[in-house]
Design a protein around this ligand. Structure first.
Ligand code: ASP
Length: 474
């Protein structure tokens, strides 16, 4: 008999079925034993009547989280026992045969609660169990649907092409510290993990793809926060040629609105089209460039999307920025160094750079920045001017010579955006931390879940890489 998914059981009412899954709970009521059985598609109650002697021997041994196989009849529950809150609440399986596939030890964490009261460290150590809980399963499934929506939308409706870019690459200047990877084939040199695919996506515009996207993993060595995972995060990275800032924003807005309406019909978007604020307005009115525009901040289903535009091209550079190896000037790019100045402000680059506005657009949702992007500089002269203003020396400029060279061979005007998938889902799902929407996030102090990375390398590995460590940490 073919296995039936528990989520499809209503289609089999009155028939005999074969299901497989985990024992969620077992309840012994003297003569009757009840089991809740769970598979990837749902849960169902199964009942063992005293007449099924043979099955009873097996079922009596069953414990929570054992992997089992059940054969039984799908019966309608009597009216007064119907549980309207559950998908399979109107039926139950009358067990005729029960088999253990695999036993389970008592799990170190309870997977039947929402898990929010538990120590995160322990949850991450046993993430494969933590992910069994209903809330986490839902989060992962919703994540997959949202990503599928974006993929289908961009490829089928908007002619985008999905292109993967390298992970072992050179530093990309997004303003954070890089992760470095030693290069065995050229000892003493290092790859950097991309802080974003920024340079590659611009080079793909030079290559003529015109509309690129990627579900891109980005790596930044910055301190974690509730709304920022340590180490790595995922962006919907997009770039478009011959598109104005207006067109980039409109495409994004339309796609996000349709995504919410199709995947989260219970949510309501506060204002359509989304309000737009200049950086100045936002700061003056709300004291922040990512204001929370919800009317009722308690309402979980209210989504207040907004755009912030007209950012200053440069901000005062902090000591941290100096450390990250950007320029040695008092200006740092507000977004990144490829962001185009507002065409009306080009003159000010010479006279008063702090007054120059950049063609940057930030996507804001309920008080969080869930994405940022810009129209890019596509004239080498202006790019060089920006390099000078941010205080790049010749050595630093050389690091971007490939971009300037590429731009000499016919570069279309272009721009893009990169909404962050983790943060977007955190806000929409009402989670307290981005880690709740990532399958295997790092802990707050930079330890990989389950795997205990980073870990010590052997002397042989280090010698092969031409590396000597000063201090070995356990
Ligand atoms: N690379 C930028 C970022 O990661 C996004 C963009 O400008 O498209 O913030």
């Amino acid at each position: 008999m073919e296995r039936v998914f528990i989520g499809d059981l209503t289609l089999h009412t009155g028939k005999e079925v074969h299901i497989r899954g985990w024992v969620d709970v077992r309840r012994d009521h003297g003569k009757l034993i009840f089991l809740d059985i769970r598979d990837m598609s749902g849960k169902v109650q199964a009942v063992l009547l005293p007449s099924h002697e043979e099955a009873k021997v097996a079922v009596e041994t069953f414990r929570s989280e054992w992997v089992v196989e059940i054969v039984g009849n799908v019966n309608k529950r009597p009216e007064k026992l119907v549980n309207a809150n559950e998908k399979n609440g109107s039926l139950e399986i009358e067990i005729t045969k029960a088999t253990v596939i695999n036993k389970a030890e008592t799990t170190p964490i309870d997977v039947n609660s929402d898990g929010l009261q538990m120590s995160e460290e322990v949850r991450l150590k046993y993430r494969y169990l933590d992910l069994r809980r209903e809330r986490m399963t839902r989060n992962m499934r919703v994540r997959s649907q949202v990503i599928k929506f974006f993929r289908d939308y961009l490829i089928n409706k908007e002619r985008f092409v999905e292109i993967e870019t390298p992970i072992l690459t050179k530093t990309t200047p997004e303003g954070a510290r890089d992760f470095l990877v030693p290069a065995r084939l050229s000892k003493g040199n290092f790859y950097a993990l991309p802080q974003s695919p920024q340079q590659y996506k611009q080079l793909l515009m030079v290559a003529g793809f015109e509309r690129y996207f990627q579900i891109a993993r980005c790596f930044r060595d910055e301190d974690p926060r509730a709304d920022r995972a340590y180490g790595e995060f995922t962006q919907l990275d997009m770039e478009m040629s011959f598109a104005s800032q207006e067109e980039i924003m409109q495409l994004t807005e339309k796609m996000f609105t349709e995504m919410v309406e199709s995947i989260f019909p219970e949510k309501h978007i506060m204002q359509k089209p989304w309000p737009r604020l200049t950086h100045k307005e936002a700061k003056e009115k709300f004291g922040t460039d990512k204001p929370d525009l919800r009317k009722n901040k308690e309402d979980q289903d209210e989504l207040a999307f907004a755009w912030t535009v007209d950012f200053p091209l440069f901000t005062e550079q902090s000591e941290e920025d100096f450390f990250h190896g950007s320029g040695k000037s008092k200006f740092a790019p507000s977004h990144h160094m490829f962001t185009a100045p507002h065409p009306d402000d080009i003159g000010l680059l010479e006279t008063d750079p702090t007054k120059v506005r950049g063609l940057q657009h930030d996507l804001v949702l309920n008080g969080y920045e869930v994405g940022g992007g810009s129209v890019r500089i596509h004239q080498s002269k202006i790019q060089e001017k920006v390099f000078d203003l941010i205080g790049f020396n010749d050595e630093q400029k050389k690091q971007f010579a490939h971009m300037l060279e590429a731009f000499t061979y016919g570069v279309p005007p272009h721009g893009g955006i990169a909404p962050g998938i983790d943060r977007l889902l955190m806000v929409i799902l009402g989670e307290q931390s981005v880690r709740e929407v990532i399958a295997f996030p790092m802990t707050g102090n930079g330890k990989a879940s389950i795997m205990e990375a980073p870990s010590v390398a052997t002397d042989e590995q280090l010698t092969e890489l031409g590396i000597r460590t000063i201090e070995k940490n356990k």
